[in-house]
Design a protein around this ligand. Sequence first.
Ligand SMILES: N[C@@H](CCC(=O)N[C@@H](CS)C(=O)NCC(=O)O)C(=O)O
Length: 209
Amino acid sequence: MIVLRAKNVEFEVTHITADNKPDWFLEVSPHGKVPLLMVDQEVLFESNAIVEFLDETIKPRLHPEDPIKRAENRAWTDFVPSFASTLNSYLYAPNLQDQQSKKSGAQKVLLKLEERLQKNNKKEGTYFNGKTLSIVDAAYAPFLMRFTIVEPFCKTGIMEKFPYVEEWRKTLIKSPIVKDSLPENFMELFKKNLLKRGAYFAKEFTNKV
Ligand SMILES: N[C@@H](CCC(=O)N[C@@H](CS)C(=O)NCC(=O)O)C(=O)O
């Protein structure tokens, strides 16, 4: 959705609830997962394939023009699933002990990003490539945004050691393209999700939100 918004195209969104997927969705989705992009009669799936299609067909180009930089950006986008599952295993840990043991994994993947941002970004703008939003920003934004949401209640403190990632997260959440891509009831949905998954952090949330 962030990529569609960055390209200023008209689109319609249908949210799918994981535990109540409609029949029409299961018929068109090869693996029963979101996101899907329906273009005319075609159904595209897998986020990377969808964003690459959008980037090839609708301006402005969000990937860098330089092939080396583009390959490097694609590699960082490929890192998103391991980044996301490591962060999620921390956020959704069922008890304090498990949460503490998952914290170091979360810090390791954040450190990888910190080093990349520190090495190449040198504070030249705070998006991944510098001054403008790219596919990599769109790919990491949903996961980094969760910390904006949980931090006031759960006080993870996890970003404190990673000032470049922290600046990046702040830039992303300030960007209207990113910020307004969240559904209005995101907080409510996120809280429900923490509760449903039996996350230890859900206790902090339900007490305070
Ligand atoms: N590799 C896929 C992963 C898709 C995926 O795992 N989607 C999750 C939501 S982020 C989903 O639909 N989960 C529901 C389910 O597995 O039933 C992609 O990047 O599109």
